[in-house]
Design a protein around this ligand. Structure first.
Ligand code: ATP
Ligand code: MG
Length: 135
């Protein structure tokens, strides 16, 4: 699987960091295959984050991801591109994300952690078809 889904989340759009995030992905050598600024609705958010339903942070997560537009992208590179993107994002908690990663350089909060990247080949396939059916 050479493609992965990347979302510049509402905080990234609000903070005008979309260009910076796209620049980093492109500079790394990855290519945009599809991209759109869009509101993620409640239904899509629930499908996207189904694995977290029932967890303590779930309602905060859904409120956050649906509060304003996200920049949703499909990014392509070599086999397992999802791994490259995850490394560039840094760990979920920005407090643990090293400098040089997107979360490490721009984030301080667990919820407002700027980016989403698929966490495996199966997730990438599922998420790309959720956000860009027919791609
Ligand atoms: P994402 O799926 O958004 O790329 P991730 O794969 O690094 O992030 P997940 O475990 O899938 O992390 O969690 C999804 C999102 O839920 C995280 O980005 C974060 O905003 C939030 N989250 C995860 N764990 C916690 C937690 N313990 N407390 C608060 N929020 C959390
Ligand atoms: Mg995840």
């Amino acid at each position: 699987m050479r493609r992965t889904l990347v979302i510049a989340k509402p905080d990234a759009v609000e903070r005008r960091l979309v260009g910076e995030i796209v620049r980093r992905l492109e500079q790394k050598g990855l290519r945009l295959v599809a991209a759109e600024l869009r509101m993620i609705g409640a239904e899509t958010a629930a499908a996207h984050y189904a694995e977290h339903e029932g967890k303590a942070f779930y309602s905060d997560l859904i409120s956050f991801i649906t509060r304003s537009p996200s920049f949703v992208m499909v990014v392509e590179g070599p086999e397992d591109t999802w791994k490259i993107v995850r490394a560039m994002m840094g760990p979920t908690d920005p407090a643990e994300a090293p400098p040089g990663t997107i979360r490490g350089d721009f984030g301080t909060e667990m919820t407002e952690n700027l980016v989403h990247g698929s966490d495996g080949a199966e997730a990438a396939t599922r998420e790309i078809s959720l956000f860009f059916p027919g791609l």
